[in-house]
Design a protein around this ligand. Structure first.
Ligand code: CTP
Ligand code: K
Ligand code: MG
Length: 181
């Protein structure tokens, strides 16, 4: 597969992991997951990680995977090669994993004294990728192996931080997010 094909494949395969964080921003609010608990000097996770945002993000990413399955034959025919499809467990793993990665990052931010909304360059851009890939690997190992070959993983690790910076800057400019990261 040529380079463009690898990039399109990688982005298609990661779409169910890209949408959850943005859906959580739109739907978030209500009860924080940590229930207000404190560990040491800081909140366990903070008010930015809510049950509603996490559920909405997971559902949105999983639903997108199913939608992509429906679109895959038509788009594959148009581009001239087969694009990935998502077994339910793969879509769920990517979506839930993206949310868990982001939650894990908030845990680390609080432990390192960063308040809610503080930036943690590097972690902010890759937390959800690592979470999504790890969960998808556990939930659907053979699908993971077929979908995320080494070149695809390289594209994901390079392209995702770029996309993350751009989408968050747009969300900030639209007034949807409090910080541009
Ligand atoms: N959000 C949510 N539940 C999640 C993730 C995000 O409700 N699991 C919502 C919250 O309203 C959050 C907003 O999306 O404030 C932006 O997400 P994010 O930038 O990840 O959270 P921060 O508020 O910056 O908090 P943190 O410092 O813990 O990342
Ligand atoms: K975050
Ligand atoms: Mg933030």
């Amino acid at each position: 597969m040529e380079t463009v094909g690898t990039v399109v494949w990688a982005l298609w395969a990661m779409l169910p992991a890209y949408v959850p964080n943005n859906a959580a921003v739109l739907a978030g609010g209500g009860r924080p997951i940590d229930g207000g608990r404190v560990w040491g000097d800081s909140r366990l996770l903070g008010d930015g990680k809510t049950w509603r945002g996490t559920a909405a993000g997971t559902l949105a990413g999983t639903a997108l995977a199913l939608l992509l399955n429906a679109l895959s034959p038509g788009v594959s025919a148009a581009v001239g090669y087969a694009l990935p499809t998502f077994p339910l467990l793969a879509g769920l793993g990517l979506a839930l994993g993206a949310m868990l990665g982001d939650i894990g990052a908030s845990f680390l931010k609080r432990r390192s004294g960063r308040e809610r909304g503080a930036a943690f360059p590097g972690l902010d851009q890759l937390d959800f990728v690592v979470g999504a890939l790890a969960c998808a690997f556990v939930a659907a190992p053979s699908w993971f192996g077929e979908t995320f070959t080494l070149p695809v993983l390289v594209v994901v690790l390079v392209a995702t931080p770029v996309l993350h910076v751009v989408t968050n800057a747009v969300a900030y400019l639209l007034g949807l997010k409090n910080e541009p990261w």
